[in-house]
Write a protein that binds this ligand. Structure first.
Ligand code: KG4
Ligand code: ZN
Length: 358
């Protein structure tokens, strides 16, 4: 019988302070021994977005308690774990360093291996916590900072097929919520109020929907929402109509772009009936899940969504990515720096800024 590894995971890349203890099981997935997430929603609510210095201070105030809670809930002592994984990037440096430094310290004092994890790899491998999925699979990573189609070939092996050339999808939801004064955090509120509106009321632009492969763009859509929001004078019904029309437009774009990404994936990998994983905070959105499921029936892939509690930022996915990397001997040096930018595919072209040709 091969050894089953147990890891402590730590996540502080943005506005969630999180720690988890997970152990591999015989099914090739994970037993979640603890998964503690402390959200800073109240801290950032009054500003309508994440304030880096406030986020870092809140991480510092909470991190010890969160790690203690994760360990005591798991009934595992530091001595019994096989390694420590902490998010090393991408994200806000002032936030990342809090979790990274404490993770390194625990690993050093306990004489355990340390793995610095790419937050995006955490999201990419997150469905594996509860379901065994074979490589390669197609991934749509939709979070507050990233929007990408990737081929997940193996742990540490990614090929980017497309990305946003401007805003991330979560960002577009958050800004829409702010413009319509629907509250913070934005994504869940847009989804909630969209249910009350008429999705066909506003005709909004669908930037680059028919060009640039499976690259995406949301800036023009956001500007159109801003323009319309100024005309409606805060009238509730119209606000809901605009939220619903925005979400419908997003779904139309994702439907088309996923079709293109699926074709690219099949061509490159020659794999038929493949798994398509949708991960990251925005993957919690039910209308997006339904939209992708509809497409899966049309073109025959198997859609996989992580459990809702593993869509948003959490440390279980970081511990899981840590275990996968540890098993491949991808252990980090203890002086590994935090990285604000860190692409999963180092060969992917940079798709932002002036002069971009599509
Ligand atoms: O993965 P995540 O927790 O953090 C990052 O790595 O960025 O994603 C956060 C993003 C936020 O923009 C949030 O508004 C969005 O995910 N989000 C949603 C929903 N729940 C969270 N967007 C749309 N619909 C939702 N239900
Ligand atoms: Zn995330």
């Amino acid at each position: 019988m091969t050894k089953k590894f147990t890891f402590l995971g730590i996540e502080t890349s943005c506005d969630e302070t999180a720690a988890a203890v997970i152990r591999e099981n015989d099914k090739g997935t994970a037993d979640i021994l603890s998964n503690i997430v402390s959200s800073q929603i109240d801290e950032h609510k009054k500003f309508g977005g994440v304030v880096p210095e406030l986020a870092a201070r809140a991480h510092l105030e909470n991190i010890e308690f969160i790690i203690d809670s994760a360990l005591s809930e798991s009934k595992i002592s530091i001595k019994q774990i096989d390694g420590v994984a902490a998010t090393a990037g991408p994200g806000l440096i002032v936030c990342l360093t809090v979790g990274l430094n404490i993770g390194k310290s625990i690993a050093t004092f306990a004489q355990k291996p340390f793995v610095g994890v790419n937050h995006l790899e955490g999201h990419a491998l997150s469905p594996g916590l509860l379901k065994k999925i074979n490589f390669p699979y197609l991934l749509l990573l939709i979070s507050g900072g990233h929007t990408q189609y990737l081929i997940v070939k193996d742990v540490n092996e990614y090929e980017q097929l497309g990305t946003t050339i401007d805003d991330a999808l979560g960002e577009a939801f958050d800004k829409t919520s702010k413009m319509l004064e629907l509250g913070y955090p934005g994504g869940p509120n847009v989804e909630k109020f969209a249910k009350l509106g008429d999705e066909n009321f506003f005709k909004l632009p669908e930037p680059i929907i028919n060009k640039a492969g499976c690259n995406l763009s949301f800036a023009g859509l956001k500007t159109a929402v801003l323009r319309e929001s100024k005309k409606i004078n805060g009238e509730e019904k119209l606000k809901y109509n605009l939220a619903a029309s925005f979400q419908k437009t997003i779904n139309k774009i994702l439907y088309k772009k996923t079709k293109v990404a699926a074709e690219m994936f099949s061509k490159k990998t020659k794999v038929k009936n493949f798994h398509f994983v949708v991960a990251g905070g925005v993957a919690a959105n039910n209308s997006i899940r339904e939209n992708i499921l509809k497409l899966s029936k049309e073109i025959g892939f198997k859609a996989i969504f992580p459990d809702i509690k593993f869509c948003g930022d959490n440390a279980a996915m970081i511990a899981w990515a840590g275990i996968q990397r540890f098993k491949k001997n991808l252990i980090s040096k203890i002086d590994m720096p935090a990285k604000s930018r860190w692409s999963l595919d180092s060969k992917a072209p940079y798709m932002k800024g002036p002069g971009l040709k599509l």
